[in-house]
Write a protein that binds this ligand. Sequence first.
Ligand code: MEV
Length: 319
Amino acid sequence: MGTGKAREGPVISAHARVVLFGEHAVVFGRPALAIAIEHAVVAKSVEYTTQGIEISVEPWGLQAEEGVAGPVGEALRRISAGVPGTGGVRLRAFARIPPGAGLGSSAALATLIAKVLAERRGVSLDESGLRRVVHQAEKVFHGNPSGLDGAASVRGGICLFKRLGADDEGLGHVDNLALKLPRLVVGFSGITKMTAALVERVRSQYETNHVTLERALDAIEGCLQTGLEAWRSWNLERLGEAMNENHRILQQLGVSCESLDRMVVLALEAGALGAKMTGAGGGGCVIALAPQRERSVIATWQKAGFFMFTMMLGHANAH
Ligand code: MEV
């Protein structure tokens, strides 16, 4: 249902993220450290309609409408219900990350849509309002999201995040850290993953053996503290070791997979100081800290067949 009015104005975008430390543990109230992939999804064109949300996302090939059967339709319905006012949008978006790759793409897209819709409806959503709406959409895909992805997609930057409780509506505490970012290489295993199933796997371990799981959560939190201290003092060897240790614990929790483990080993063989899976696991991406060796890491991954998507985060001269 078109009104024929195309939006003009500054480009609207939202951020994806990598998790440097603390994925899964964050669901249980432990801290996590995420680094935004700035402007990962961008609104290419917006047309104002009388009602409903229609989206298309390139190059994902995703097309969806509010209310159609299935999770995306339901997420759009929740975003529409969460943004006050009336009026619809037809949004064409562009994404510079793959979907389902453990990079927080669903939160990034939900944030983008909520921002576009709020502007269309003439309401200004503050950060909490936006995160609350995104959280409702995230619940469709993730079951019990910690709010980390929503916080990173709205805030950007380097986010030290802590959930306040299971019913905090996604409004966990966030500190934006003003740290220089070392270069990180991101590589996609080519396997898309199901976050909800992986989060549920860890939760059921908690039910059956919470003592062991608490110990693993303590160890992950220890990696974050050690890694953050090393980062602040620019001890990249130590930061890399903390990443390796965090990966080992995630392996023990059963949320890594053969491809991710292989990518970690390949990165270390190519000279990385540290490497780990990032996000929910079971597929998705690996991040590697490989000062001056970034290109070798990428070449090694590609030679081994992991060529679908790689990118670099951080500053070229941050060594
Ligand atoms: C992926 O989104 C990060 C997890 O910790 C889940 C969450 O924080 O909601 C695995």
